[in-house]
Ligand binder design. Structure first.
Ligand code: FBP
Length: 252
């Protein structure tokens, strides 16, 4: 199979992605009058020089013209869930690879809850998506979030490195995972992920200083970058903050 060009959504192996699928995952609780509007996010992605913006298919379709006009590369999340259903986590496919391509995506994303009782279902769906997306030249990003019964009793360090390695073994170009805030553990995770690039998820909004120092640590530990949402679009001045993040990741 032809090798996919990750630089469709990376710059010399580094990445800054703006995630905006929280409306589905959490409901509009994270939003205010400004950031509830996808136009606001597209504008931040463009002016903040993000390598890609992450949407579910509905926003990618309804705001397609604006996304195309912004020229920010589009990553469409192919599965998703709400937080209303309780029990072991599962995220099912809601968008096909072809639909993502028709909406202009150059990359697709998929979440796997490693350790969940439903892990095999997500693995199976991912494997089909990965094969098709790669055949069609798309970059494949996997969110690996260890959750559910199977993760009990395992350390954060072990789970983070396992997530990174999983990304490599299942054929993702980029693996997105949560950082346990230990640089040494992250370097081991990056090593474990081999040629699969590691990007870090944001989590709930923290202070700007804390967030920027975390980005520094991520890059220092060999991470390829970040794929964050709330820490950017909930900030007072998302474009200014994005410029600071850009400087840390790309040196300018
Ligand atoms: P944030 O930077 O806002 O945390 O976004 C990262 C992300 O992975 C989103 O893509 C996704 O919507 C969300 O976190 C899922 O959060 P969780 O499953 O932890 O509630």
């Amino acid at each position: 199979m032809k090798k996919v060009n990750v630089n469709k959504i990376m710059t010399r192996g580094k990445a800054m992605f703006l995630a905006y699928d929280q409306g589905l995952e959490h409901g509009p609780v994270d939003f205010n009058d400004k950031n509830v509007d996808p136009h606001y996010i597209i504008d931040i992605a463009k002016r903040g020089k993000f390598n890609a913006v992450i949407f579910q298919k509905g926003i990618a379709e309804k705001y397609n013209e604006e996304i195309k006009k912004s020229k920010v590369p589009l990553l469409i999340k192919l599965n998703g869930k709400t937080n209303m259903r309780k029990g072991e986590p599962i995220s099912k496919q809601i968008c096909s690879v072809d639909e993502a391509i028709s909406l202009g995506a150059v990359a697709v994303g998929f979440t796997i809850y490693a350790g969940s009782e439903f892990e095999p279902i997500m693995m199976r769906e991912f494997s089909k998506i990965e094969e098709e997306a790669h055949k069609k030249g798309l970059v494949v990003v996997v969110w690996i979030y260890p959750r559910g019964k199977g993760v009990k009793g395992r350390s954060e360090k072990e789970l983070m490195a396992y997530a990174g390695r999983m990304g490599l073994e299942i054929g993702a170009d980029i693996v997105k995972l949560h950082y346990n805030r230990n640089k040494k553990d992250l370097s081991w995770t990056v090593k474990s992920a081999g040629k699969t690039k590691v990007v870090i998820a944001g989590g709930v909004k923290t202070g700007e200083k804390e967030f920027l120092s975390e980005v520094k640590d991520i890059i220092g530990a060999g991470g390829a970058g970040i794929a964050v949402g709330r820490n950017i679009w909930k900030s007072k001045d998302p474009v200014e903050l994005s410029k600071k993040v850009h400087k840390i990741i790309f040196g300018k």
